[in-house]
Write a protein that binds this ligand. Structure first.
Ligand code: NAD
Length: 483
């Protein structure tokens, strides 16, 4: 089977060469097609950081094993790492954090074992990077949390947890504040949980989750989160097991999967052959298991665990009184330990499965839609307007435009209501939300909204607007603080 390999920038080529050397010595039945991605590809003028040939090869082969890549700063280009994950819909980012014997941490010294798998949603959230300045003072980021996108990643997390006989699956979220977005993610979590009654499913607010992870990490097993919260929590977990040098990741999609280390290009140590290849090796081992190469994965993982237990270490960890191995020497030590059994966490050598086909031909872009059952109606509109006037003055102007269809129900500033009630102690910025609802709760149409927009634009610059929808008897919008 062929897979695509991109060595990456900085320490990428050094650690990738080390890992592939281990794979070749371990007789892993894979062939590697090297593709051009990363900083030097940006520099050649390819604005998405990859050549068209690289894109074609990855789409043809379905698996990309990649080293870290640098995003050129200040050139207005987007990260090739994020582009790759999003373009190919690798919706679940799976990161396994386990106690590794030989890697000293606060927890290993205290005898507290860690085995936490973080599943981070990988496409949505603020990572769409859809951002605007609404006024010269006010920036807005759109945070997309979708039902189909949430269901994809949550179903993956439950299926994976079920297969690994997890003792617990936890949803991390902030739905006490972001009731609509994180609330949707949490609803999807409990909807999927019903299909897995044998799994203990619960949820923890993300700040509390962080506190609990650093005090009792052994209480957690699989944790699923939205993109940004997952990003932060997974780096926190990397810290629990010894740092970024030990944090592998798999970006899982239905058609294309990307395996890479969590860490970056480490420019401070690049070109010195001293980087720790463990995170990339663990990512590669996860890739072998994903492909069904169970025997190769177990032999290599046991050799790695044995190597760590025996005290071999690169400069970034381990006993400072013993000399560090360089990247190549570390790889050679792993190879020399093929067939050895580690004392802790030895993996059972299971036979390789027939390789899972990874070649898919899609005729068109898949459209993800879940069934909508509730009746929809527009009951109002939020008009985001620019103004440096006081709330009462704005209200008087807005009231003149409400006409016979709308009533002005509230004015808020940065999400806090300042009219009809509010406090003089609330600081204001030059962008308000004037909320108009239909006079008697009856349905409005888009022409009504446009009529209001045209009228209101006589007095204000309207920066943006959002419809207020009802799905059945459920409000599909949040209330302002104090409304
Ligand atoms: P980094 O992860 O590259 O480095 C942070 C620190 O960890 C540095 O001190 C580095 O020396 C050390 N480190 C990282 N990996 C190591 C390893 N394998 N062995 C030993 N030490 C290691 O983070 P950064 O400095 O913030 O980012 C550098 C570049 O990497 C940036 O351009 C960033 O955009 C990119 N990046 C890429 C990815 C990716 O490709 N997925 C991820 C993160 C950052």
């Amino acid at each position: 089977m062929n897979i695509a390999v991109a060595k990456g920038d900085g320490i990428g080529p050094e650690i990738m060469d080390a890992v592939l050397k281990i794979f070749v010595a371990g007789k892993v039945p894979l062939e590697y097609e090297f593709v051009d991605m990363g900083k030097w590809v940006f520099d050649k003028g390819f604005s998405n950081g990859m050549t068209p040939e690289a894109k074609d090869t990855i789409e043809r082969l379905g698996i990309l094993f990649k080293g870290p890549m640098e995003t050129p700063k200040g050139k207005g280009v987007k990260s090739v790492n994020v582009t790759a994950r999003k373009t190919w819909n690798t919706y679940a980012n799976k990161r396994v954090f386990q106690t590794l014997h030989g890697v000293d941490t606060v927890f290993s010294k205290a005898g507290i074992p860690i085995d936490v798998t973080i599943v981070r949603e990988n496409i949505e959230d603020t990572y769409g990077g859809v951002e605007h300045m609404l006024t010269q003072d006010v920036a807005l980021s759109r945070r997309f949390i979708t039902r189909p996108g949430s269901l994809q990643v949550i179903k993956y997390a439950f299926e994976m947890a079920s297969k690994k006989n997890a003792k617990r699956i936890t949803c991390g979220h902030k739905s006490n504040i972001m009731k609509i977005t994180d609330g949707l993610f949490l609803d999807c979590f409990y909807e999927v949980a019903k299909e897995y009654p044998h799994l203990k499913a619960d949820d923890v607010i993300v700040d509390d989750l962080c506190m609990k992870l650093v005090t009792r990490p052994d209480l957690f097993d699989v944790v699923v989160l939205t993109n940004l919260q997952g990003d932060i929590v997974s780096d926190l977990c990397a810290g629990l097991v010894g740092g970024l040098g030990f944090a592998p990741s798999g970006n899982i999609g239905d058609h294309i999967c990307i395996f890479e280390a969590v860490h970056g290009t480490a420019p401070d140590i690049a070109g010195k052959n001293i980087a720790n290849p463990t995170a990339l090796l663990l990512s590669g081992i996860a890739m072998l298991r994903h492909l069904g190469l169970m025997e190769n994965a177990a032999i290599i993982e046991n050799a790695l665990l044995y190597t760590l237990e025996s005290g071999v270490h690169t400069g970034d960890f381990g006993d400072k009184n013993t000399p560090s191995a360089n990247t190549t020497q570390f790889a050679d030590a792993v190879i020399a330990n093929f067939g050895k059994q580690p004392q802790h966490g030895a993996k059972e050598i299971l036979p390789n499965k027939p390789i899972t086909p990874t070649v898919f031909n899609l005729e068109k872009n898949p459209m993800l839609i879940t069934e909508e059952t509730a009746a929809e109606k527009i009951v109002g509109v939020d008009m985001f307007i620019e103004s440096e006037e006081q709330p009462e003055v704005i209200a008087q102007k807005c009231l003149r435009h409400a006409g016979v269809k709308f009533s002005l129900v509230s004015i808020s500033n940065r999400g806090t209501q300042v009219w009809p009630t509010g406090s003089k102690f609330t600081n204001l910025v030059n962008q308000y939300n004037a909320r108009f609802e239909s006079l008697d709760g009856s349905a409005l149409n888009q022409q009504d909204v446009i009529g209001l927009y045209v009228s209101l634009s006589g007095n204000f610059k309207i920066c943006s607007l959002e419809l207020l929808n009802m799905w059945g008897d459920k409000k599909a919008y949040s209330l302002a603080q104090g409304q």
